[in-house]
Design a binder for this molecule. Structure first.
Ligand code: DOR
Ligand code: ZN
Length: 360
């Protein structure tokens, strides 16, 4: 039997750029890309052109999203340490707080000296929640030394932390150690760190530039070998236009919503992983960590035997390119249903903008 049905996947890490950078992506094109890639729920990062660090800008973003989305979307809040009094106001509207401790796209890089007060304020705003499992996580972009700083603080304060896009032997080793010590830490990896290495930068040029950057084959092998310690796969869908990628400046990031599942299904066909691994990494753990309810009528149908080439001309993402251009993949998303309604079939989105729900 080549046709299988799975629960709709959840991507906890996307950058849809709406509002203010809708030339790169918007809530409609980004959520169409999600459906085409088998994701029925996605969680949007706060490093917009106007960072999502106040109740007011968060509400504006949600209002715009409501009109445009075709899959379910949840949001994160951002902080530079100067908006702690907003936490209480937004805590029921977001699924977590995102903090950036290393340089990347946007203006949300924080000083590590700010961390402790942010951790304390976030847990204080969560204090109505009865236990650590129901607490909304702090998501962290922290590499190398910065990851050390974060883990030390978790030891001291006990915050629930999700470390995004782990890419190296040393960072994953630190995470494994922290998990073995019982710290409330989860982590994610991206498909680009699983399927590309620094060698690919030679051919991809600026289209292989993202944060964290691509790493060695040794690092990549370590991620695959230790997949059991990885909690989620997150696409880090970060669209920039072709011209922006070719130009000067800090346009870190690659699109990923439409290629993540086909790449993983290809790995299944090569017996590197099993469908159960995909469900653990792209649904079960993601739902648990971010507190998302699964709906049995929200599902995807996949033909495991269909092979095709990834081509930018077939993508919904507005940026119109992929670092996996020309790759042959095996496993095609045929149909997608949300709450029982068919939303995607034969490469077409079947519902109107506004069909998707905002998660709280
Ligand atoms: O490559 C990246 N792009 N890494 C990030 O952390 C941010 C993202 C973006 O927003 O473009
Ligand atoms: Zn990101």
């Amino acid at each position: 039997m080549s046709l299988i049905t799975l629960l709709g996947l959840i991507d906890p890490h996307v950058h849809l750029r709406d509002p203010r950078q809708t030339h790169k992506e918007d809530f409609y094109t980004g959520t169409c890309a999600a459906l085409a890639g088998g994701f029925t729920t996605i969680l949007d990062m706060p490093n917009n052109k106007t960072p999502i660090t106040t109740f007011r800008v968060l509400n504006e973003k949600i209002k715009i999203a409501k009109e445009k989305i075709v899959c379910d979307v949840g949001f994160y809040f951002g902080s530079l340490g100067d908006n702690l009094d907003e936490f209480e106001k937004v805590k029921n509207k977001v699924l977590g707080l995102k903090l950036y401790l290393n340089e990347t796209t946007g203006n949300l890089l924080i000083d590590k000296m700010e961390l402790e007060k942010i951790f304390l304020a976030w847990s204080q705003s969560m204090s109505l929640h009865s236990n650590i499992l129901s607490t909304k996580p702090i998501l962290i972009h922290a590499e190398e030394k910065m990851l050390n700083v974060v883990i030390d603080l978790v030891k001291k304060l006990g915050n629930k932390i999700h470390v995004c896009h782990i890419s190296t032997v040393s960072d994953l080793t630190q995470i494994i150690k922290a998990k073995e010590e019982g710290l409330p830490i989860t982590c994610g990896v991206t498909p680009h760190h699983l399927f590309l290495t620094e060698n690919d930068v030679k051919t991809l040029g600026p289209f292989g530039k993202m944060k964290p950057g691509l790493k060695s084959k040794k690092d990549q092998d370590f991620l695959w070998k230790n997949l059991k310690y990885i909690d989620v796969i997150e696409s880090d869908h970060a669209p920039h236009t072709v011209n922006e990628k070719r130009g000067e400046g800090t346009t870190y990031g690659v699109p990923g919503l439409e290629t993540t599942l086909p790449l993983l299904l290809t790995a299944v066909s090569e017996k590197r992983i099993e469908i159960d691994d995909i469900m653990r990494l792209c649904h079960k753990n993601t739902a648990k960590i971010f507190g998302i309810k699964s709906d049995p009528q929200t599902k995807i149908e996949i033909n495991l035997h269909t092979s095709y080439f990834i081509l930018h001309t077939s993508l919904f993402t507005k940026c119109g390119w992929s670092p996996f251009e020309g790759w042959k993949v095996k496993g095609k998303i045929e149909r997608v249903f949300i709450r029982g309604e068919k939303v995607f079939e034969d490469g077409k989105v079947l519902v109107k903008p506004g069909f998707g729900k905002i998660l709280i």
